[in-house]
Ligand binder design. Structure first.
Ligand SMILES: Nc1nc2c(ncn2[C@@H]2O[C@H](COP(=O)(O)OP(=O)(O)OP(=O)(O)O)[C@@H](O)[C@H]2O)c(=O)[nH]1
Ligand code: SF4
Ligand SMILES: [Mg+2]
Length: 420
């Protein structure tokens, strides 16, 4: 019986003669590919399978240069771009002594379009070429998002450094991120779902149905409670609260956790009993979609304490749903910011890639939605970008909980084992 090994695909890309095959041989520690000064030596992709120490099984693609002209060049280019689709990680080899970097720009754009991880290898043929690197980075704006290393690809003494660089910067896409932390069999989980008049009928929102399915799959009992938010916030507060506690007490067993719509945190932070865990759908989703990086989103909330008038916050929503009434991203969060942080500007980004914003570094904080409508690869790519330029980011659920005070924030993070 053959065993299918789950390998990480690493592709070496770049222009002709940049030193791609030399990088291949450096990694494989043998003459896997032909290295020669003739441009276009690698005519077709060369694949090597092996085990990278400390990393696991990999499949390395040494590709042809994408800048070859003519009909054959076009065929090679097509093949290279096809290989790109298969790769989890792209190593872009750049020879800084070159005079034109259009091909590198195109490769980065193509790869980012596919949410690929990209690492940059500057192959330094001559020491003085290093001076050109700054110019290259000025001309290819997107390079700022990607980690770089400088090596001499034909010098085996750089192998350990290159390996460490890959090891430190590649994120394995974990397939086993639990949606909720430790769901306990035969316990109740309460889903707080405020539906207003504008909530479309016929189905739950994606985070709600995912949580419901996950709890059921784990042999526990999801119980949905439609909270009337305007009643709870208004004159009918006591009536609504009684209705909630009647439901809670009628279960015959204390629920393990309440998962609430973040918008209801003003209510649930005070109603949720001490002995029951509390978290929000938005926190559940961002942890899942980001590959378990909730702690980084929590770290970002600390940026609130440094905010001053004139600073800007970007509210990022990953989809273009119709925004009506008291929409969370366009109405609720901005009005809280206006009240609590006067003079701080709020900008929005819906759907399209906010990382393309040339002024990205002007933001003091990015508040991201749950990201339920994009792929995990895309969400992780967004976070990688923000990490590389060092902009703090947080999430709707974390923000709205923090606005209820430190206790509320600590409570929603407790199920995740995160302490502040
Ligand atoms: N001096 C110096 N020469 C290098 C270095 N890296 C590669 N070379 C030389 O540059 C030439 C091209 O290297 P390759 O590794 O074949 O380049 P490639 O990107 O695979 O080229 P194609 O397959 O033609 O696209 C060879 O003559 C290498 O010996 C380096 O770091 N320093
Ligand atoms: S992607 Fe974001 S804005 Fe769109 S529905 Fe999901 S959480 Fe809401
Ligand atoms: Mg080659």
């Amino acid at each position: 019986m053959s065993v299918v090994v789950d390998r990480v695909n690493i592709g070496i890309f770049g222009k002709m003669n940049a030193g791609k095959s030399s990088v291949m041989n450096l990694l494989t520690q043998q003459e896997t590919s032909i290295v020669d000064s003739t441009p276009g030596t690698t005519a077709d992709t060369k694949i090597a399978l092996f085990e990278l120490h400390g990393f696991g099984p990999v499949r390395i693609f040494d590709t042809a240069g994408i800048d070859e002209s003519g009909e054959l060049g076009q065929k090679k280019r097509k093949k290279v771009l096809n290989d790109l689709k298969e790769c989890d990680l792209l190593l872009l080899v750049i020879d800084p002594s070159a005079s034109d970097f259009t091909s590198e720009r195109e490769l980065i754009e193509e790869a980012r379009e596919m949410d690929k991880q990209i690492l940059i290898i500057y192959n330094i043929f001559n020491k003085h070429d290093e001076q050109k690197i700054e110019l290259i980075e000025d001309s290819i704006n997107l390079l700022k998002f990607h980690k770089k290393i400088r090596i001499r690809a034909n010098d085996f003494s750089f192998r350990a450094e290159l390996l460490q660089f890959i090891l430190n910067n590649f994120q394995h896409l974990k397939s086993d991120i639990p949606l909720l932390p430790a769901v306990k069999r035969d316990r109740f989980y309460i889903l707080i779902i405020p539906m207003d008049e504008e909530t479309p009928p016929g189905r739950f929102l994606r985070p709600q149905s995912m949580v419901e399915e996950y709890i059921t799959r784990h042999w526990a009992y999801p119980v949905s409670f439609r909270l009337d938010l305007s009643a709870a916030r208004g004159d009918l507060h006591d009536f609504e609260k009684k209705r909630f506690f009647n439901m809670l007490n009628g279960l015959g067993q204390r629920p393990a956790c309440i998962i609430t719509d973040s918008q209801a945190m003003d209510i649930m932070s005070s109603w949720c009993p001490e002995d029951i865990d509390l978290t929000t759908f938005s926190i559940v989703m961002i942890n899942y979609m980001s590959g378990g990086k909730l702690a980084s989103f929590v770290e970002g909330i600390k940026a609130l304490s440094d905010l001053k008038p004139g600073d800007s916050i970007l509210i990022a929503e990953a989809c273009n749903h119709s925004r009506i009434g008291e929409d969370i991203g366009t109405v609720q969060i901005p009005s809280i910011i206006q009240k609590k942080f006067p003079g701080v500007n709020v900008e929005h980004n819906f759907g399209r890639e906010f990382q393309d914003n040339k002024n990205l570094t002007k933001y003091s904080l990015i508040i991201h939605c749950g990201g339920c409508m994009i792929s995990r690869q895309k969400m992780m790519a967004r976070i990688r970008d923000l990490d590389s330029v060092g902009i703090p980011y947080t999430n709707y659920g974390i923000f709205l909980s923090a606005m209820q005070g430190l206790n509320a924030l600590q409570k929603v993070l407790r199920p995740w084992g995160i302490r502040l």
